[in-house]
Unconditional design. Structure first.
Length: 143
């Protein structure tokens, strides 16, 4: 991970925004965006990875992030990464494909979310979700 002042700001916001949230195994949710961020190669992608679920899963909005000083290239990617209600999942994924930052973050996100070893118990629904993510990875041109 690249530790610049902007990345540190994104990391602080990531911890604040996801405070008290847990994943499916009752572990702190913040571990997920941290893992995704570790896969990034540059500052904008790292910041977007740290914040990729903030707009979707918290009360923060894109305008809040811009007001905090996050650059448009990061916030634009975050808006694409926010799956709006009523938008079919694969349509949402296709929209991400055209933005390099959003694409890199989504690929890392999907790969991490496809790791079934993270779960204590794997259900048929988990296998279905991984199949959906595999289709999304294909659309994004990932392995």
């Amino acid at each position: 991970m690249i530790y610049t002042p902007l990345t540190k700001k994104a990391m602080r916001l990531c911890f604040e925004a996801h405070e008290g949230q847990v994943d499916k195994t009752d572990l702190p949710y913040v571990n997920h965006p941290l893992h995704v961020a570790e896969s990034m190669d540059d500052e904008p992608s790292t910041c977007a990875a740290l914040l990729h679920d903030v707009i979707e899963d918290t009360d923060y909005r894109a305008d809040d992030l811009r007001a905090m000083g996050f650059p448009d290239e990061v916030v634009d990617a975050l808006e694409l990464l926010t799956h709006e209600d009523g938008v079919p999942y694969l349509e949402y994924v296709r929209a991400i494909k055209g933005n390099a930052i959003a694409r890199a973050v989504k690929v890392a996100d999907l790969k991490h979310n496809s790791d079934l070893t993270r779960l204590d118990e794997v259900t048929p629904a988990d296998h279905e979700r991984v199949e959906k993510y595999a289709r999304a990875l294909e659309i994004l041109g990932a392995e």
